[in-house]
Design a protein around this ligand. Structure first.
Ligand SMILES: [Zn+2]
Length: 108
């Protein structure tokens, strides 16, 4: 085991563990790609690496992030935007990219 989740470290959610798993798999594929391997194996590893990146990107959007509050409208009111793609259409999820939005009040 590489990870020691000791006392005081936030317990990882199943989504975070899945992201870690995909990142580890991607890292291993990058390692494989650094070796002198056959074209067939290289093509397969590159395809799997791409799949891992898509997996990581999709899973990371499932972890809620605070809305981006950097922009104000003409009246000086804060405009809430997606922290990922800066779209205005956000509810519990961004309607453009699917990023989960954290509307909890603490630290805002
Ligand atoms: Zn978005």
């Amino acid at each position: 085991m590489k990870y020691n989740l000791s006392i005081g470290v936030k317990k990882m959610t199943v989504i975070e563990r899945a992201i870690e798993s995909a990142k580890n798999r991607k890292y291993k594929l990058e390692e494989d790609l650094s070796y002198d391997i056959s074209d067939k194996h290289r093509k397969k590893a590159e395809g799997q690496k791409e799949v891992m990146q898509v997996t990581i990107d999709a899973l990371e959007k499932q972890i809620p992030k605070k809305p981006n509050l950097d922009q104000k409208d003409g009246n000086g009111n804060v405009v809430e935007r997606c922290p990922n793609c800066l779209s205005f259409g956000i509810l519990d999820y961004c309607m453009r990219c699917g990023q989960a939005i954290d509307w909890s009040e603490e630290d805002v």
